[in-house]
Design a binder for this molecule. Structure first.
Ligand SMILES: Nc1ncnc2c1ncn2[C@@H]1O[C@H](COP(=O)(O)OP(=O)(O)OP(=O)(O)O)[C@@H](O)[C@H]1O
Ligand SMILES: [Mg+2]
Length: 292
């Protein structure tokens, strides 16, 4: 586990706090998960989990196809989780379920203490806190880079144009593309478009960034520039869930590597554990094929 996460220890606080008694907690309909010993009880009576995202028994069926089969995991604030596995193992389905681009068939998904599968929750509000970067950049072709980047913060976060553009410029500078603000996507290389897609997601000030094979559509010479942006984000403490075949990135940046096969998480461990000592035959086979 990375040293950058310095979370307050919750146990003493929970013991000392008399603000929340179990019966009060029940009245507030707090999800059961949050009442477990590792949940943090706030002095003012709220209950907060330490995990940014908690997934429990997530299932996704596409007709007969069981794309997610009882997936459970916690994602901590500041953690970088890399998801690997063979094609069709459910990696994209899992990632897309986290921000409900796919609606899971059943299970629990708690993000920042909010039960995302509760019908009464306005998922759009919470989904905005999850940035997503896809294999194909999904930029609007008829808009300049600046428009592409500022449209969502202006519409959804109600930022003024000046405010949105200021933020956009500072992020564009960070990825070395401020001089391309008035270009159109077709005038940029794949690597540049992907860096813009990352900036577009960051402009929404997300609490977690989800990446689905962000470099696999790129020419090899452009992979590095995109991974560099992702590495710097990770170093700054951004919580990231990354589906990738870039094992070098996983080794260097991941706190945890999760191996999926047949819609299940078969193994999870540090990059060292996963790459040097995979336990299941499926992980061994997969790693032998990608690391050879
Ligand atoms: N919209 C859909 N409708 C029906 N089946 C789907 C749909 N999306 C995914 N699937 C199926 O669900 C399974 C998991 O797919 P998913 O895209 O999550 O795999 P993946 O691990 O991301 O694979 P890849 O490495 O090829 O991207 C696959 O068998 C796939 O064909
Ligand atoms: Mg996929």
């Amino acid at each position: 586990m990375s040293t950058k996460k310095q979370k307050p220890k919750s146990a003493p606080k929970a013991e000392k706090s008399e603000a929340v008694k179990p019966e009060q907690a029940e009245k507030k309909e707090i999800p059961e998960e949050l009442l477990k010993p590792d949940a943090e009880v706030q002095p003012e009576g709220g209950v907060m989990t330490e995990s940014l995202i908690m997934v429990r028994n997530l299932e996704k069926h596409y007709g007969e196809l069981h794309a997610l089969d009882g997936v459970s995991m916690n994602i901590e604030k500041g953690e970088v989780v890399v998801v690997i596995g063979p094609s069709g193992s459910g990696k994209s389905t899992f990632l897309r379920s986290l921000n409900l681009l796919e609606m899971p068939t059943s299970g629990e998904l708690i993000f920042e203490g909010v039960n995302m599968l509760d019908k009464h929750v306005d998922i759009n509000v919470h989904r905005q806190k999850m940035g997503m970067v896809f294999q194909h950049f999904n930029l609007f072709p008829h808009m300049t880079i600046m428009k592409n980047i500022t449209i969502a913060p202006m519409k959804l976060l109600k930022k003024s144009r000046a405010e949105a553009e200021e933020k956009a410029h500072s992020l564009l500078k960070r990825v070395g593309l401020d001089d391309r603000a008035e270009s159109y996507p077709s005038q940029l290389s794949g690597g540049q478009k992907q860096r813009i897609a990352i900036v577009r997601a960051l402009c929404m000030e997300p609490d977690v960034m989800l990446f689905d094979e962000p470099t696999s559509a790129l020419d090899p010479e452009m992979v590095g520039e995109v991974l560099d942006v992702m590495k710097s984000l990770a170093k700054e403490g951004m919580t990231m869930v990354v589906v990738t075949h870039e094992m070098g990135f996983a080794k260097e940046v991941a706190d945890r590597v999760v191996f999926m096969a047949d819609g299940k998480i078969l193994e999870t461990g540090s990059p060292e554990e996963m790459f040097s000592n995979p336990k299941t035959d499926k992980a061994k086979q997969f790693l032998a094929s990608v690391l050879s």
